[in-house]
Design a protein around this ligand. Structure first.
Ligand code: ATR
Length: 266
């Protein structure tokens, strides 16, 4: 890749930054499309975000950037316009800087990436009875996306029950008539169980689910990417369940992020 005076610059902002996958995914795409463009990491801390974004606004060759932890919520307030999904979540994970007027247009594709990931893997959420574990940032994106995708019923179970109650109330506010309730993290007759908690990142983490009643007909999903096979997924696979890996959510989101950034991907 040859950088010249004409190269369009894209960024990714995060803190820490070392683990991000954006440049590794986007630079080969730019090359494949014959684009004179490059994605670079910008290590920005939470306290410097607004100053960094003010600077970004002034850089004509900067076309946009991906947004990851801890900036998704703060970046929402620094955009000039945000799509419907980002507005519901009050969080963005990508920003385009309009070439003509320099306006910052935010989007959030976490939920859409999750649903597309399921569908690409041949799993249709519509009409399903779903148990979701967790009520953190990722759970909000997934709950709203499942509601939009037409699941029949969503039960939310979380270690801190009050957080699950708040998520259920918020989901009902945006999707009136949608059947969403708070329940226990116990496997039973559900069609699909989705782990959005961080339990499973470390080898000695507790299982986020009481798996006693887990049936082979239940699809088990984990959004944890590393390790790829969490304890929950390994156990579910051993029980004969269909499993869906965490990496699909990001892989399926990639074309949506590219389109938002104005990259001409088919
Ligand atoms: P993210 O933005 O990645 O979703 P988060 O907002 O910090 O991260 O949310 C983490 C989620 O994992 C929460 O639902 C958290 O439960 P609490 O609301 O009780 O904090 C859940 N979680 C974290 N560690 C857990 C554990 N060991 N067992 C069960 N749930 C856990």
């Amino acid at each position: 890749m040859a950088i010249s005076g004409k190269t369009a610059v894209y960024g990714i902002i995060a803190d820490p930054i070392g683990h991000v996958r954006g440049p590794t995914l986007f630079n080969p795409l730019f090359e494949k499309l014959g684009m004179d463009a490059a994605m670079v990491p910008f290590h920005v801390t939470a306290t410097s975000l607004s100053r960094a974004v003010a600077g970004f606004r002034a850089i004509e060759s900067l076309k946009g950037w991906l947004v990851t932890n801890p900036h998704k919520f703060a970046m929402f307030h620094l955009c000039d316009q945000v799509d419907a999904s980002g507005t519901r979540l009050q969080a963005v994970n990508v920003v385009r800087r309009n070439t003509d007027d320099g306006r910052l247009i935010g989007g959030n594709y976490d939920g859409a990436g999750f649903i597309n990931g399921l569908r690409h893997d041949g799993i249709e959420p519509k009409g399903k009875d779903v148990l979701m574990l967790g009520a953190g940032g990722a759970a909000y994106a997934i709950a709203f996306a499942l509601a939009e995708a037409g699941v029949r019923r969503l039960t939310i179970a979380n270690r801190t029950r009050a957080n699950a109650e708040t998520l259920a109330v918020t989901t009902r506010k945006f999707f009136s008539g949608f059947q969403v309730e708070v329940g226990d993290a116990v496997a039973g007759s559900q069609d699909m169980i989705v782990n959005t908690t961080s339990a499973g990142l470390k080898p000695d983490d507790p299982l986020p689910l009481d798996v006693g009643g887990l049936k082979p007909s239940t699809v088990v999903v984990d959004i944890i990417m590393n390790p790829e096979m969490t304890k929950l997924l390994t156990l579910a696979k051993d029980r004969g369940c269909r499993i869906h890996l965490g990496r699909h959510m990001l892989d399926s989101q990639f074309p949506l992020l590219a389109r938002h950034l104005g990259v001409p991907i088919s």
